[in-house]
Design a protein around this ligand. Structure first.
Ligand SMILES: NC(=O)c1ccc[n+]([C@@H]2O[C@H](COP(=O)([O-])OP(=O)(O)OC[C@H]3O[C@@H](n4cnc5c(N)ncnc54)[C@H](O)[C@@H]3O)[C@@H](O)[C@H]2O)c1
Ligand SMILES: O=C(O)C[C@H](O)C(=O)O
Length: 386
């Protein structure tokens, strides 16, 4: 890491997105970053005071655009992301793709905590794809959400061009091209995912309406919050202007689990298991399809001769994983969400859908018209379009 020096911008104080509805009440814990709201605006500081700032060795810091000697700021933004940069010089030497607007709900939660940093680092859409993150939180999580925005800011990800935070989906979803809907309650011990429908269903009705109104008409929607299949259907039904085929529910985790089970049984590394897909819901009724899966290129039934295990033990181990409490959760008995592997699954799936992975066969729960719209997991072939 090299140390660079940036001049303090001659500007008014950066402000938080109005949609965050953050107010400075006496109850609000004031973090260091947040204190600037109480400090005099930056234009009262010495114009050229230096702020040390670490940047990656090879990149020159882009210069913020100025008008009438004042640094231009955006309206709805967070901290350093309020500045408008002139990236023309960079565009001449690098070919950036057009920026994509990505909304993430539940952005202060466990899964997002892992996923957002992978998105910002370019691990999902590649090193030439700039992104803008629109982070949606609940009123309760707004302080934590602000903390997430600060961490993103401090990370200086070159591809991360904007971060907005808010609690109103109608504002946060404005013009988004991808919406990853994670914000929902996770299940507790002894609960089935379906038990969450009463609590979580309403969230996805509201967010469906907001997407319908505010998002880009071709927005792709990935529902993670459980029960994800039903929530995806609720969301879709509340967003009639968005093509039904754009809605997906995350069942990729089941596919990964099934691969692990087969790898464990046969002692192969899991990359030797292919064509493993899931049919049905992200629930105890799903069917992991071992009939079409391959181990080292051979049909599973040829490699595993214990067919009773395949039909019962294997199937059940994927269907019922962690129903009685998740050993990987940070505090077992308290919550049952697998944040790290879920964020990895999100990543796999999005990479697959946005074509940054070679062609492959995966399972995905997405809508299908069989008389009626169904959201269930089935086999899809995805990858770079010829
Ligand atoms: N499909 C899958 O493979 C999969 C895997 C793991 C978890 N999940 C589900 O994902 C959901 C989130 O899990 P988590 O571990 O991140 O939970 P978490 O409790 O850590 O985070 C959820 C966050 O969402 C926020 N939130 C709640 N309601 C909201 C709303 N209306 N709008 C915006 N934000 C809201 C909460 O304040 C919280 O910050 C759960 O429903 C869980 O069951 C799905
Ligand atoms: O099982 C849960 O409740 C969380 C998630 O859907 C998972 O499969 O791990």
């Amino acid at each position: 890491m090299a140390m660079a020096e940036l001049s303090t911008p001659k500007t008014t104080s950066p402000f938080l997105n109005s949609s965050s509805r953050l107010r400075l009440s006496s109850k609000l814990h004031l973090s260091n970053h947040f204190r600037h709201l109480l400090l005099p605006p930056l234009h009262t500081t010495t114009p050229n005071s230096k702020i040390p700032c670490s940047v990656s060795q090879n990149s020159q810091a882009p210069v913020a655009v100025q008008e009438n000697g004042l640094v231009k700021t955006k309206k709805e933004c967070y901290g350093v992301f309020c500045l408008t940069y002139n990236l023309k010089a960079e565009e001449e030497t690098r070919s950036w793709k057009k920026l994509i607007n990505i909304a993430v709900s539940g952005a202060a939660g466990m899964i997002s905590n892992h996923l957002l940093f992978k998105l910002a680092a370019g691990e999902v859409f590649g090193p030439d794809q700039p992104i803008a993150l629109k982070l949606l939180g609940s009123e309760r999580s707004i302080q934590a959400l602000e903390g997430v925005a600060m961490e993103l800011e401090d990370s200086l990800f070159p591809l991360l061009r904007e971060v907005d935070i808010g609690t109103d989906p109608n504002e946060v979803f404005q013009d988004v091209e991808l919406a990853i809907l994670i914000g929902a309650k996770p299940r507790g011990p002894g609960m089935e995912r379906a038990d969450l429908l009463d609590i979580n269903g309403q969230i996805f009705a509201e967010q469906g309406k907001a997407l319908n109104k505010a998002a880009s008409p071709n927005v792709k929607v990935l529902v993670v919050g459980n029960p994800c299949n039903t929530n995806a259907l609720i969301c879709l039904k509340n967003a009639p202007n968005i093509p039904a085929k754009n809605f997906h529910a995350l069942t990729r985790l089941d596919e990964n689990r099934a691969k692990c089970q087969l790898a464990l049984k046969t002692g192969v590394f899991y990359d030797k298991v292919s064509n493993m897909t899931i049919w049905g819901n992200h629930s105890t009724t799903q069917v992991p399809d071992f009939l079409n899966a391959r181990i080292n290129g051979l049909p599973v039934k040829e490699v595993i001769t214990d067919h009773k295990w395949l039909e019962e033990g294997f199937t059940e181990s994927v269907q019922k994983v962690y129903t009685d409490g998740n050993p990987y959760a940070s505090s077992p008995g308290d919550r049952c969400s697998n944040c790290l592997c879920t964020s990895t699954s999100d990543r796999f799936l999005m990479r697959a859908f946005f074509g940054t992975k070679p062609r492959q066969v995966v399972s995905s729960a997405h809508s299908r018209r069989l008389g009626a719209v169904l959201i269930n997991s089935y086999v899809v072939e995805v990858g770079v379009r010829p």
